[in-house]
Structure formats: C-alpha cells, structure tokens
Ligand binder design. Structure first.
Ligand SMILES: [Zn+2]
Length: 251
C-alpha cells in the first residue's frame, strides 16, 4: 500500500500492525555521470521493489527527498537540511504515523550523510515509543556480505557515485546515466585510519568536505557498473527488507 494513494476512509481499514516504510534520502551531486536525485531514486526503487513483492504487508510513506548533505554543498545543485531540521522533519513524520496507530516503522536510508543523524533518531524515537519497533536500515549495510561478492573494483572503489550506485542507476533510470562521462574517482588520501567505503567503514570519523577529497565528486570507478549488478544488489536489499518487515510485523 502507498500511504498517500489511499483515501482517508480506505486508510481506516489498514491493519495497524503493517510496517510503515519511510525512505530518507538526499539531493546532491553524484559526479559528472549521475543526476542529483540519485539517492532518492535508489531509495524509492528499493521501496517500490519491496512493495511489488508484498503490496499488502508494507505501507510506503512519501519520501524525505533532501537529507544532510553539508559536505556536498561545494558542488553546484546540492541541497541540504541542517541536522536539526532533518531530525525534526523525520520525527514529525514518525509522530504522525504513530498518531494513526502504527507501531512498526522502518527508516530506509540511501545516503551516507544521514547515517549518524538516523542513529540519533532511532535512539530518540525508540526511547519515546519504547515498546515499538523503530528500525534504521542503510541499504549498503543491510546488503553487507552480499555486496562484497559483487565488488569487482577492489578495495575503496564502492563509494559515492561509484560501482554500486552507478549499477543501480543503470537499472532504474538508464536515460539519466551519462555513460560517456564515466571517469575514475579523483580522490586524495587522508589518513589510513580515516579511509573507508561502502564495504569497509573507516575506523575513525574525520570530517572533510567532498570537494576537498575528490575533485570530480566520485569515489571508485563507475566503469565497473552494470545493469546485472544493479539487479543483484536490488535482490539482496529487497530480500533483507522483506525479512525485517516480516519479523517486526510478527512481533
Ligand atoms: Zn549516493
């Protein structure tokens, strides 16, 4: 079910045990080859794919399309919310969902910059509604081991606008992928303990703006992307989401 496609009277009949899924995403630069909407489109793609499999067992909310992207603002077109505004927005949406009687809520995150604030939200909302299931799922963490098997570029190649995100966009919106603009990430090294990507999180957190780190906005190599890889990633992520939704509904 899609939250805003139901009428208010149809809505009354929805089972309140149904898990409610909110995509939290971003609108920001993704190098010279991917659109600003990449994270939103990826998050909505996973939500839609899950919904196609179990339309009566999940309720999809309207997406939070702008996230915490302060570190991308040196690139033209990127949008950001402050951490406080983002938290208030998600909190207010979750409070609305709870107001209507739901207690199983999944925040599906598709943006690196939302991870820390997402964790704070889970802790705040989890404490407020302490017998509810409030879950944060960041797709590349959820896919974890399955993604490692797909990685062809080697270590530190799976970051922003690289192999995985480009594969998904080739599947979701090939008309928006500029394959003639593929180039390797031009990123500089910081400290070894601060290096990380989707598969290997850094040991220590260190803030850098993306422009300081990579002049073309890419980590890794989009040439390693393929539609097939996009399909495989989708299968792994949707399977993981289906498990979460089914587990929390069962209580
Ligand atoms: Zn992205």
């Amino acid at each position: 079910m899609i939250w805003d496609e139901a009428t208010t009277f149809e809505f009354e009949k929805i089972d309140r045990k149904t898990p409610v899924l909110l995509v939290i995403s971003a609108t920001e630069q993704h190098g010279p080859h991917l659109p600003l909407a990449t994270d939103r489109m990826i998050g909505e793609h996973f939500a839609r794919s899950l919904h196609n499999k179990i339309p009566n067992d999940v309720l999809i909310l309207p997406t939070v399309a702008v996230g915490c992207s302060g570190h991308h603002m040196d690139f033209s077109g990127s949008l950001t919310l402050s951490h406080n505004t983002f938290m208030c927005q998600v909190e207010d949406l979750v409070n609305s969902v709870v107001h209507h009687g739901f207690s199983n809520i999944v925040l599906l995150n598709s943006h690196g910059g939302n991870q820390a604030v997402g964790q704070v939200l889970v802790e705040k909302l989890g404490a407020r509604y302490d017998n509810f299931n409030i879950v944060l799922a960041t797709w590349w963490k959820l896919a974890g081991e399955g993604l490692k098997a797909l990685n062809e570029g080697g270590t530190m190649t799976t970051g922003h606008a690289g192999e995985f995100e480009t594969s998904l966009m080739l599947l979701i919106a090939p008309h928006l992928v500029k394959t003639d603009k593929f180039e390797k990430g031009k990123h500089s090294k910081t400290y070894t303990w601060a290096e990380g990507d989707m598969l290997q999180p850094s040991k220590i957190s260190l803030y850098r703006s993306i422009k300081q780190m990579t002049i073309n906005g890419i980590y890794g190599d989009p040439a390693m992307a393929s539609v097939e890889k996009g399909e495989q990633i989708t299968n792994i992520v949707v399977q993981g989401l289906q498990q979460i939704v089914s587990d929390i509904k069962a209580g």
